[in-house]
Design a protein around this ligand. Sequence first.
Ligand code: SF4
Length: 457
Amino acid sequence: MRSVSTQTDDRVRFVTFGCKANQYDTQVLREALLRRGWRETDRESGSSADLVVINTCTVTAEAGRKARQLARRLARENPDVRIAMTGCLAESEPEILRELPGVEWVLGNGEAKRPVHFLRELGHELDPEELGIPAGITEFAGHTRAFLKIQDGCDMACAFCIIPSVRGPSRSRPAEELASEVERLLASGHREIVLCGIHIGHWGRDLGTDLGVLLERLAAVEVEGADGAPIDWRMRLSSIEATEVTGPVLEALAAHPRRIAQHLHMPMQAGDDGVLRAMNRWYDVETYLACCDRIRAVLDRPAFTADVLVGFPGEDEAAFENTLETVRRAQFSRLHVFPFSPRPGTAAAVPSTIGTECAPEDVRERRARLSEVAHELSQAFRRELVGARDTIALEGTVGLSGRYQRVRIPLEHLPARPAALVDVELALDTARAADDDEVRLLGIPARQRTGTCEQAC
Ligand code: SF4
C-alpha cells in the first residue's frame, strides 16, 4: 500500500457483521484509515483501540442484537473508546444506535461508503493525494480469497428482506474499474477473487450490459508474478439467483471451467409454490429446478448451494414437506438453513398479513429436519465427485476446491514448488477415526497421476 501523509498514529479496530459485501465495505474504510497513519489493532476487547468501527448488518434480528451488545461491552470496558456504527443497521435504526454509550458516529450506507466523509468526521481534511487513489481496495490482508464488490443494492422486493430499503436500487461498478482492482488484488497475493454484491445477477443492467460480459472481461485479466510467469488465479460468484444463470453468464461459466469456479450459490428460500408466492419471489419450484437442470447439462458436476428460510408465515407441514422434496430434487451440495425472523419495514413484518405464524417449536424442528437432509445430500455429492478433476486453492495441506469442498492433499503429494492453485483428481479420504462416517475428499495432483507417483501409489 503506498504511503500518504501521516496525520495520526491512533489505533483502530474493525468489526464486521454480515455478508461479503459488508466485509468489502469495511476493507474500503480500513484502507482509507491506514493510509492516514491509523494503526490497526485486533485486540478482542477493543480496550487498546482509540476508535472501533462496527460495520453492522440488519438482515436478522440476531445480527442487530449482537452489534448493539458489542458496542455496549466495548464502552463498558473502555469508557474512552470512540465508536462508529456503520452499515445496514445504522441505516435502518440510527436513533437506537445513537443512544448507545460511546457511540459517536452513526453512518448509514450512503455516508459510510464514502470514506472521505468519514475521514472528515474524524478530523482529516481531504488530502489532495487521495484524488489519485484508485476506486476500490488493494488487499484483504491475511486471506487467500479476496472479495470484490461488483455492485450494490437490489431492485426486487422479497417480502422478508430489508436490504433494498437500506442499500437502495442496484448500482453496478464499471467493468474496467473492476478489472484494475482484480489486477491489484492479484499483485497483493490473492489467488481467488470472490465476486460479491447484493444482487450480482443484475450487474450491468444500469450500464446497458450484463454479467456475462463482465465475467469474460475479468476472465481475460492476466498479471505477471515476480518470476515473470502469469499468475494462476480464479474467481467465484458469491451468490446468484438461479433464474439469472442463463445465456452469456452460463456460457462464460462453461467457457472458463478453471478460471470461474463451478460452484453456484443460488438462494432458493423455499421449495413450495405457495410460500414462494407469499415471499414475493418471482419463480416457482419447477422453474427453479429447470434452472438447475439447464446448468447441469452444460457444466461438469457443478456444486449448487442455497439459502432456505424455514418458518415463513403460512408455511404449514405440507408446504415444508414440499421444501424437503424440492431440496432433494435439486441435489444441493450444501444448504444454509435460516429461521424466519420478521424485520420491521418489510412486507412480512406483520406475519398475520401474510399467513399464519409458525410456532417456534415447529420452526426449530423443521430446521433440524432440513439440516439433516442437507447433510445427507452433501455426503452424497462428495461421493459423486470421486474421480472428478478440480482445482484446489491451497492453504497448507488443505484447500478449497472449485466446487466448494474442503480437500486434503497428502503430504507426499504436495507440489515441490509452492503453488496457490493445484489441479487434482479427487478420491475418498479414508484416513479418519473408525466411528467417523463423514465423507471427506483427498486430492491427488493431476500431473502425478500419469507419472511415477501413480505407479508408486
Ligand atoms: S433478491 Fe430478494 S432477498 Fe435478495 S437482496 Fe433482493 S430483495 Fe433481498
